[in-house]
Design a protein around this ligand. Structure first.
Ligand code: NAD
Ligand code: TYD
Length: 365
């Protein structure tokens, strides 16, 4: 079996769902269910014995030792993290706790377990660490995209804590020979994305007639990766990646934030016109003709990185992975998913997903 951490979050839950669709191998899923963890994402696996959920913290060394001993995973896929830059600016401590200390404890538990394995299992074991392109810092308009050899220069407490975890993972290979793999990916988007992040926030706010807050001049660039493509890349790296190596994962989709917001608005105008849904501007009460009337430029994020771009050629060249979605296909699927899953959105917004989890999973969690 494989051992996933953070499998109730955005990318982790997409990964678990994709894994269970494509393999028969069991997934042990450890997640603390912070505000970002939502077991409703995994509702379709409720009756499946392929998915075993444990509510717990990656900093809990005793729990980790017990889970390794009981379940004997062949691999760890480490998604659990505090992941939102804005939250890291307001409260950085949780980021150091989970991303640095939590990763350290997970590495220690994995190392103790790995040391006790038979030679063949020891060689086959993998610890795959899911990280971010934000560890590389920010790019100027004409700089080449981040490659695996770009020096680290994290700028936010979030990216600094992820960089710390990457360094620990690297050291466990260099010092102890642990078969680790690290992936550094760009901004993901797609189903089950928590609506505090740019794309889901814009969809959810637009449908509610609320302002669409664009930070600063909206010209910051991100390289958008459809989450299913990211999950496929992780499966490929797990299968064929070389221990000790890092792989950048990107979508070849550099877009300015304002362009993203305008694209979301245009898709909503097409798929869910404001006039048909009787959406009014919450500020003025005036009926909306187009969703982009809600765009509102707000104060910029402190230390806001200007541009991220990923050079994903190593992954394509060495492991044959490239994204299946273009931005146009991926964003359309995403907007359609949010429109078709308004109940999921409502549950997240009013917090009732927590009660639902308790009722549905109380005994299992
Ligand atoms: P997320 O915030 O949606 O989910 C994180 C999950 O981890 C949640 O389910 C949460 O409950 C769990 N968690 C948090 N602290 C924990 C702890 N101490 N113990 C156990 N579980 C804990 O994050 P995401 O967007 O799914 O990101 C997954 C990983 O991918 C993270 O490591 C993140 O740094 C990385 N990443 C994300 C993006 C992106 O665009 N979302 C981009 C690059 C890298
Ligand atoms: P976000 O989704 O928070 O991801 P990250 O900060 O990890 O890249 O933000 C994506 C971009 O969108 C980033 O440049 C900040 C910007 N942004 C806004 O302009 N308005 C918003 O309300 C949010 C949440 C983000």
């Amino acid at each position: 079996m494989i051992f996933v951490t953070g499998g109730a979050g955005f990318i982790g839950s997409n990964f678990v769902l994709q894994w269970c669709r494509n393999t028969d191998e069991t997934v042990l899923n450890l997640d603390a269910l912070t505000y970002a963890g939502n077991l409703a994402n995994l509702q379709s696996l409720e009756q499946s014995s392929q998915h075993r959920f444990v509510q717990g913290d990656i900093r809990d060394s005793e729990l980790l030792a017990r889970l390794f001993a009981e379940h004997k995973p062949r691999a760890v896929l480490h998604f659990a993290a505090e992941s939102h830059v804005d939250r890291s600016i307001i409260g950085p401590e949780a980021f150091v706790e989970t991303n640095v200390v939590g990763t350290f404890r997970l590495l220690e538990a994995a190392r103790a377990y790995w040391n006790g394995l038979e030679a063949a299992d020891k060689a086959a074991f993998r610890f795959l660490h899911v990280s971010t392109d934000e560890v590389y810092g920010t790019l100027g308009p004409n700089d080449p995209a981040f490659s695996e050899t770009t020096p680290y220069a994290p700028n936010s407490p979030y990216s600094a804590s992820k960089a710390g975890s990457d360094h620990l993972v690297r050291a466990y290979h260099h010092t102890y020979g642990m078969p680790v793999l690290t992936t550094n990916c760009s901004n993901n988007y797609g189903p089950y994305h928590f609506p505090e992040k740019l794309i889901p926030l814009m969809i959810v706010n637009a449908l509610a007639g609320k302002p669409l807050p664009v930070y600063g001049d909206g010209q910051q660039i991100r390289d958008w990766l459809y989450v299913e493509d990211h999950c496929a890349a992780i499966r490929r790296v797990l299968e064929a990646g070389k221990p000790g190596e890092t792989y950048n994962v990107g979508g070849w989709n550099e877009k300015a934030n304002i362009e993203i917001v305008q694209t979301v608005c245009a898709l909503l105008d097409e798929l869910a016109p404001a006039s048909e849904r009787n959406v009014s501007d919450s500020r003025s009460g005036t009926p909306l003709a187009r969703y982009d009337e809600l765009i509102s430029y707000v104060t910029d994020r402190p230390g806001h990185d200007r541009r991220y771009a990923i050079d994903a050629r190593k992954l394509e060249r060495e492991l044959g992975w490239k994204p299946a979605e273009t931005f146009e296909t991926g964003i359309r699927k995403t907007v359609q998913w949010y429109l078709a899953n308004q109940e999921w959105v409502a549950g997240v917004l009013d917090g009732s997903y927590r009660d639902w989890v308790q009722t549905q999973y109380g005994a299992k969690a």
